[in-house]
Ligand binder design. Structure first.
Ligand code: RB5
Length: 153
């Protein structure tokens, strides 16, 4: 296990059904799921919901975020604008696992129009079960340095 116990979920209209499925899935695994919206399948922008779930990771309110939109792209691009968030947009279990092991991803973006329900559950399970390998920490430190340089630019 990776130490992720409490997961924040966010979606837009395209990701709503898959978000509900994945929240039930992690609860079935005995983990906590916190819903940052959207709360219905009505058409909405992904931005605010993704931002809320990522800010909760940064503040320590949750351990990780799972973000679902049509492709995973809008959510991941948004998430990676937030300092301290390392969001992986993933559509296969191998990348999911490696994004934890090598990149210590603390957010996972999924495309509900890209992966089916069962594949998404498998991807999420791989992601939750993988552990960061600390030998990769120097590269993550360089990302933090880049964020600092960008703030000063
Ligand atoms: C909504 O139609 C779609 O653009 C959105 O869910 C997402 O795929 C954007 O990246």
């Amino acid at each position: 296990m990776s130490g992720i116990r409490k997961i924040g979920f966010a979606c837009d209209h395209a990701g709503f059904a898959l978000k509900e499925t994945l929240m039930a899935h992690v609860r079935g695994r005995g983990l906590d799921a916190v819903d940052y919206g959207a709360f219905s399948k009505g058409r909405v922008d992904y931005n605010e919901f993704g931002e809320s779930a990522c800010r909760a990771v940064r503040s320590g309110e949750t351990d990780a975020a799972v973000l679902v939109c049509g492709t995973g792209m809008g959510m991941s691009i948004t998430a990676n604008k937030i300092a301290g968030i390392r969001c992986a947009a993933v559509s296969d279990p191998y990348t999911a696992r490696m994004s934890r092991r090598h990149n210590n991803a603390n957010a996972l973006a999924l495309g509900a129009r890209v992966v089916g329900e069962e594949a998404a559950k498998m991807i999420l399970d791989e992601w939750l079960d993988a552990r960061f390998e600390p030998r990769h920490q120097p590269r993550l430190d360089k990302i933090v340095e880049l964020e600092a340089r960008e703030r000063r630019a």
